[in-house]
Design a protein around this ligand. Structure first.
Ligand code: ADP
Length: 275
Protein backbone atom coordinates (compact mmCIF):
# COMPACT_ATOMS: atom_id res chain seq x y z
CA UNK A 1 0.00 0.00 0.00
CA UNK A 2 1.02 3.54 -0.76
CA UNK A 3 0.61 5.04 2.70
CA UNK A 4 3.78 6.46 4.17
CA UNK A 5 4.52 7.15 7.78
CA UNK A 6 6.37 10.35 8.59
CA UNK A 7 7.91 11.45 11.85
CA UNK A 8 8.28 15.17 12.49
CA UNK A 9 10.61 16.83 14.92
CA UNK A 10 10.62 20.54 15.71
CA UNK A 11 13.65 22.06 17.43
CA UNK A 12 13.54 25.58 18.84
CA UNK A 13 16.58 27.84 18.50
CA UNK A 14 16.35 31.00 20.55
CA UNK A 15 13.10 32.97 20.27
CA UNK A 16 12.32 32.97 16.58
CA UNK A 17 14.13 30.14 14.84
CA UNK A 18 12.67 26.71 14.32
CA UNK A 19 14.13 23.67 12.66
CA UNK A 20 11.59 21.22 11.25
CA UNK A 21 12.77 17.75 10.36
CA UNK A 22 10.68 15.08 8.68
CA UNK A 23 11.77 11.48 8.55
CA UNK A 24 10.15 8.73 6.51
CA UNK A 25 9.84 5.82 8.93
CA UNK A 26 7.60 3.63 6.76
CA UNK A 27 10.21 0.92 6.39
CA UNK A 28 11.08 0.94 10.06
CA UNK A 29 7.42 0.71 10.94
CA UNK A 30 6.90 -2.26 8.61
CA UNK A 31 9.92 -4.07 10.01
CA UNK A 32 8.67 -3.52 13.53
CA UNK A 33 5.26 -4.90 12.53
CA UNK A 34 6.92 -7.95 10.98
CA UNK A 35 8.91 -8.53 14.16
CA UNK A 36 5.75 -8.41 16.27
CA UNK A 37 3.85 -10.75 13.97
CA UNK A 38 6.79 -13.14 13.88
CA UNK A 39 7.07 -13.29 17.67
CA UNK A 40 3.33 -13.78 17.99
CA UNK A 41 3.35 -16.62 15.42
CA UNK A 42 6.35 -18.39 16.90
CA UNK A 43 4.92 -18.18 20.41
CA UNK A 44 1.62 -19.51 19.20
CA UNK A 45 3.25 -22.40 17.33
CA UNK A 46 5.32 -23.37 20.37
CA UNK A 47 2.31 -23.74 22.62
CA UNK A 48 1.07 -27.07 21.27
CA UNK A 49 4.40 -28.96 21.40
CA UNK A 50 4.98 -27.68 24.92
CA UNK A 51 1.56 -28.85 26.03
CA UNK A 52 2.25 -32.30 24.58
CA UNK A 53 5.66 -32.45 26.30
CA UNK A 54 4.29 -31.42 29.63
CA UNK A 55 1.45 -33.94 29.35
CA UNK A 56 3.84 -36.84 28.73
CA UNK A 57 6.16 -35.74 31.52
CA UNK A 58 3.22 -35.86 33.90
CA UNK A 59 2.30 -39.35 32.70
CA UNK A 60 5.86 -40.59 33.17
CA UNK A 61 6.03 -39.16 36.64
CA UNK A 62 2.82 -40.95 37.64
CA UNK A 63 4.16 -44.13 36.08
CA UNK A 64 7.44 -43.87 38.03
CA UNK A 65 5.63 -43.20 41.28
CA UNK A 66 3.41 -46.22 40.80
CA UNK A 67 6.19 -48.55 39.61
CA UNK A 68 7.57 -48.67 43.15
CA UNK A 69 10.99 -49.65 41.86
CA UNK A 70 13.33 -47.71 44.12
CA UNK A 71 16.37 -47.86 41.88
CA UNK A 72 14.46 -46.71 38.82
CA UNK A 73 12.63 -44.03 40.74
CA UNK A 74 15.66 -42.32 42.26
CA UNK A 75 17.53 -42.44 38.98
CA UNK A 76 14.91 -40.81 36.85
CA UNK A 77 12.85 -38.79 39.28
CA UNK A 78 15.34 -35.93 39.48
CA UNK A 79 15.73 -35.73 35.73
CA UNK A 80 11.98 -35.75 35.26
CA UNK A 81 11.48 -33.04 37.86
CA UNK A 82 14.00 -30.85 36.05
CA UNK A 83 12.40 -31.47 32.68
CA UNK A 84 9.04 -30.51 34.15
CA UNK A 85 10.45 -27.37 35.69
CA UNK A 86 12.10 -26.26 32.46
CA UNK A 87 8.99 -27.06 30.43
CA UNK A 88 6.91 -24.92 32.78
CA UNK A 89 9.47 -22.14 32.38
CA UNK A 90 9.20 -22.33 28.61
CA UNK A 91 5.41 -22.34 28.84
CA UNK A 92 5.45 -19.21 31.02
CA UNK A 93 7.84 -17.53 28.62
CA UNK A 94 5.76 -18.41 25.57
CA UNK A 95 2.57 -17.23 27.28
CA UNK A 96 4.18 -13.93 28.27
CA UNK A 97 5.63 -13.42 24.77
CA UNK A 98 2.23 -14.05 23.24
CA UNK A 99 0.50 -11.71 25.68
CA UNK A 100 3.09 -9.00 25.10
CA UNK A 101 2.90 -9.19 21.32
CA UNK A 102 -0.89 -9.03 21.46
CA UNK A 103 -0.68 -5.93 23.65
CA UNK A 104 1.86 -4.36 21.29
CA UNK A 105 0.01 -5.15 18.06
CA UNK A 106 -3.10 -3.36 19.24
CA UNK A 107 -1.94 -0.40 21.29
CA UNK A 108 -5.42 0.84 22.06
CA UNK A 109 -7.43 -1.24 24.52
CA UNK A 110 -10.95 -2.02 23.30
CA UNK A 111 -12.28 -3.48 26.51
CA UNK A 112 -13.55 -0.80 28.88
CA UNK A 113 -15.83 -2.37 31.40
CA UNK A 114 -15.77 -1.02 34.98
CA UNK A 115 -13.36 -3.00 37.14
CA UNK A 116 -13.84 -2.81 40.92
CA UNK A 117 -10.47 -1.76 42.30
CA UNK A 118 -11.02 -3.20 45.79
CA UNK A 119 -11.81 -6.63 44.36
CA UNK A 120 -8.88 -6.45 41.97
CA UNK A 121 -6.41 -5.66 44.76
CA UNK A 122 -7.89 -8.28 47.08
CA UNK A 123 -7.68 -11.00 44.42
CA UNK A 124 -4.06 -10.20 43.60
CA UNK A 125 -3.15 -10.07 47.31
CA UNK A 126 -4.65 -13.53 47.84
CA UNK A 127 -2.78 -14.98 44.84
CA UNK A 128 0.49 -13.42 45.99
CA UNK A 129 0.06 -14.63 49.54
CA UNK A 130 -0.28 -18.19 48.34
CA UNK A 131 2.94 -17.79 46.36
CA UNK A 132 4.88 -16.22 49.20
CA UNK A 133 7.02 -18.16 51.66
CA UNK A 134 4.80 -17.08 54.52
CA UNK A 135 7.23 -14.61 56.15
CA UNK A 136 6.18 -11.70 53.97
CA UNK A 137 3.34 -9.44 55.13
CA UNK A 138 0.71 -8.08 52.76
CA UNK A 139 -1.57 -5.08 53.14
CA UNK A 140 -4.23 -3.47 50.97
CA UNK A 141 -4.87 0.24 51.49
CA UNK A 142 -7.74 2.05 49.82
CA UNK A 143 -10.06 4.69 51.18
CA UNK A 144 -12.74 4.72 48.52
CA UNK A 145 -13.91 1.86 46.42
CA UNK A 146 -13.64 3.13 42.87
CA UNK A 147 -13.99 1.52 39.49
CA UNK A 148 -11.49 1.65 36.74
CA UNK A 149 -12.56 1.53 33.11
CA UNK A 150 -10.53 -1.09 31.32
CA UNK A 151 -9.86 -4.74 30.87
CA UNK A 152 -10.08 -6.74 34.10
CA UNK A 153 -7.83 -9.45 32.73
CA UNK A 154 -5.09 -7.08 31.60
CA UNK A 155 -5.18 -4.98 34.76
CA UNK A 156 -5.00 -8.09 36.88
CA UNK A 157 -2.02 -9.35 34.97
CA UNK A 158 -0.23 -5.99 35.37
CA UNK A 159 -0.84 -5.73 39.12
CA UNK A 160 0.05 -9.41 39.60
CA UNK A 161 3.35 -8.88 37.84
CA UNK A 162 4.22 -6.00 40.17
CA UNK A 163 3.21 -7.85 43.32
CA UNK A 164 4.84 -11.15 42.30
CA UNK A 165 8.05 -9.21 41.60
CA UNK A 166 7.93 -7.81 45.13
CA UNK A 167 7.43 -11.36 46.44
CA UNK A 168 10.40 -12.59 44.44
CA UNK A 169 12.90 -9.76 44.76
CA UNK A 170 12.14 -7.78 47.91
CA UNK A 171 13.35 -10.42 50.36
CA UNK A 172 12.05 -12.97 52.81
CA UNK A 173 10.65 -10.77 55.54
CA UNK A 174 9.44 -7.71 53.69
CA UNK A 175 6.12 -5.90 53.82
CA UNK A 176 4.23 -5.53 50.56
CA UNK A 177 1.51 -2.91 50.23
CA UNK A 178 -1.09 -2.60 47.47
CA UNK A 179 -2.49 0.91 47.57
CA UNK A 180 -5.11 2.88 45.66
CA UNK A 181 -5.27 6.62 46.16
CA UNK A 182 -6.18 9.88 44.45
CA UNK A 183 -3.50 11.40 42.23
CA UNK A 184 -4.19 14.84 40.84
CA UNK A 185 -7.53 14.59 39.04
CA UNK A 186 -6.99 10.89 38.49
CA UNK A 187 -5.82 8.11 40.74
CA UNK A 188 -2.90 5.81 41.21
CA UNK A 189 -2.38 2.21 42.08
CA UNK A 190 0.81 1.58 43.98
CA UNK A 191 2.73 -1.56 44.81
CA UNK A 192 5.31 -0.85 47.46
CA UNK A 193 7.78 -3.03 49.29
CA UNK A 194 10.41 -2.34 51.94
CA UNK A 195 12.85 -4.85 50.53
CA UNK A 196 16.23 -4.77 48.82
CA UNK A 197 15.38 -2.05 46.33
CA UNK A 198 16.97 -1.30 42.96
CA UNK A 199 19.93 0.87 42.01
CA UNK A 200 18.51 3.96 40.22
CA UNK A 201 20.85 3.42 37.23
CA UNK A 202 18.70 0.40 36.26
CA UNK A 203 15.31 2.08 36.64
CA UNK A 204 14.99 3.67 33.15
CA UNK A 205 15.61 0.28 31.51
CA UNK A 206 13.49 -1.98 33.73
CA UNK A 207 10.51 -2.06 31.37
CA UNK A 208 12.63 -3.25 28.43
CA UNK A 209 12.08 -6.83 27.37
CA UNK A 210 14.48 -9.21 29.16
CA UNK A 211 16.23 -6.45 31.08
CA UNK A 212 17.27 -7.77 34.48
CA UNK A 213 19.29 -6.29 37.30
CA UNK A 214 20.79 -9.64 38.23
CA UNK A 215 20.53 -12.17 35.44
CA UNK A 216 21.38 -15.27 37.44
CA UNK A 217 19.05 -14.48 40.25
CA UNK A 218 16.09 -13.53 38.07
CA UNK A 219 16.28 -16.79 36.15
CA UNK A 220 16.30 -18.69 39.44
CA UNK A 221 13.16 -16.91 40.63
CA UNK A 222 11.22 -18.16 37.64
CA UNK A 223 10.59 -14.76 36.05
CA UNK A 224 10.37 -14.52 32.28
CA UNK A 225 12.06 -11.11 31.99
CA UNK A 226 8.88 -9.73 30.41
CA UNK A 227 6.90 -8.77 33.52
CA UNK A 228 7.51 -5.04 33.57
CA UNK A 229 7.29 -4.78 29.77
CA UNK A 230 3.80 -6.29 30.07
CA UNK A 231 2.92 -3.81 32.83
CA UNK A 232 4.06 -0.90 30.67
CA UNK A 233 1.97 -1.98 27.67
CA UNK A 234 -1.13 -2.74 29.72
CA UNK A 235 -0.89 0.75 31.22
CA UNK A 236 -0.41 2.34 27.78
CA UNK A 237 -3.65 0.69 26.68
CA UNK A 238 -5.34 2.30 29.68
CA UNK A 239 -3.96 5.81 29.02
CA UNK A 240 -1.89 5.30 32.16
CA UNK A 241 1.82 5.22 32.88
CA UNK A 242 4.31 3.68 35.29
CA UNK A 243 6.64 5.51 37.66
CA UNK A 244 9.32 3.63 39.56
CA UNK A 245 11.01 4.94 42.66
CA UNK A 246 13.66 2.93 44.45
CA UNK A 247 17.03 2.97 46.14
CA UNK A 248 19.20 0.06 47.18
CA UNK A 249 18.21 -1.13 50.63
CA UNK A 250 15.21 1.17 50.77
CA UNK A 251 12.50 -0.80 49.05
CA UNK A 252 10.76 -0.14 45.76
CA UNK A 253 7.64 1.74 44.76
CA UNK A 254 5.85 1.05 41.47
CA UNK A 255 3.14 3.60 40.76
CA UNK A 256 0.53 3.18 38.00
CA UNK A 257 -1.04 6.55 37.27
CA UNK A 258 -4.52 6.64 35.71
CA UNK A 259 -6.18 9.76 34.30
CA UNK A 260 -9.59 10.94 35.57
CA UNK A 261 -11.26 9.78 32.34
CA UNK A 262 -10.56 6.17 33.37
CA UNK A 263 -12.37 6.42 36.70
CA UNK A 264 -15.97 5.64 37.48
CA UNK A 265 -17.44 6.11 40.94
CA UNK A 266 -18.68 2.94 42.61
CA UNK A 267 -22.23 4.29 42.83
CA UNK A 268 -22.64 5.30 39.19
CA UNK A 269 -25.92 3.94 37.84
CA UNK A 270 -24.16 2.53 34.84
CA UNK A 271 -21.75 0.66 37.04
CA UNK A 272 -24.37 -0.54 39.48
CA UNK A 273 -26.16 -2.19 36.59
CA UNK A 274 -23.03 -4.24 35.87
CA UNK A 275 -22.80 -5.65 39.39
P1 ADP B 1 11.74 -10.71 35.69
O1 ADP B 1 11.17 -10.52 37.06
O2 ADP B 1 11.13 -11.85 35.02
O3 ADP B 1 13.23 -10.73 35.67
P2 ADP B 1 10.57 -8.10 35.18
O4 ADP B 1 10.45 -7.31 33.93
O5 ADP B 1 9.31 -8.40 35.91
O6 ADP B 1 11.34 -9.43 34.80
O7 ADP B 1 11.54 -7.33 36.18
C1 ADP B 1 12.77 -6.81 35.73
C2 ADP B 1 13.78 -6.71 36.85
O8 ADP B 1 13.42 -5.69 37.77
C3 ADP B 1 13.90 -7.97 37.69
O9 ADP B 1 14.77 -8.89 37.11
C4 ADP B 1 14.44 -7.42 39.01
O10 ADP B 1 15.84 -7.34 38.96
C5 ADP B 1 13.90 -6.00 39.07
N1 ADP B 1 12.76 -5.84 40.01
C6 ADP B 1 11.45 -5.83 39.69
N2 ADP B 1 10.68 -5.62 40.78
C7 ADP B 1 11.51 -5.48 41.83
C8 ADP B 1 11.33 -5.24 43.25
N3 ADP B 1 10.10 -5.11 43.79
N4 ADP B 1 12.44 -5.16 44.03
C9 ADP B 1 13.68 -5.28 43.47
N5 ADP B 1 13.92 -5.51 42.17
C10 ADP B 1 12.86 -5.61 41.35
Amino acid sequence: DERRILQFQITLYGDDERLLMARDITRLHRLEQMRRDFVANVSHELRTPLTVLSGYLETYRDFLEQSGEERLTSRFARGLAQMQEQTTRMQNLVNDLLLLSRLEIDQRGEDTSPVAVDQLLETVRRDAESLSSGQQKFAVELDSSQRLLGSEQELRSAVSNLVFNAVRYAGEECHITLRWRPWGKGACLEVEDDGEGIDPVHIPRLTERFYRVDKGRSAATGGTGLGLAIVKHVLLRHDAHLEIDSRPGEGALFRCIFPAARLAAANDDHNEAQR
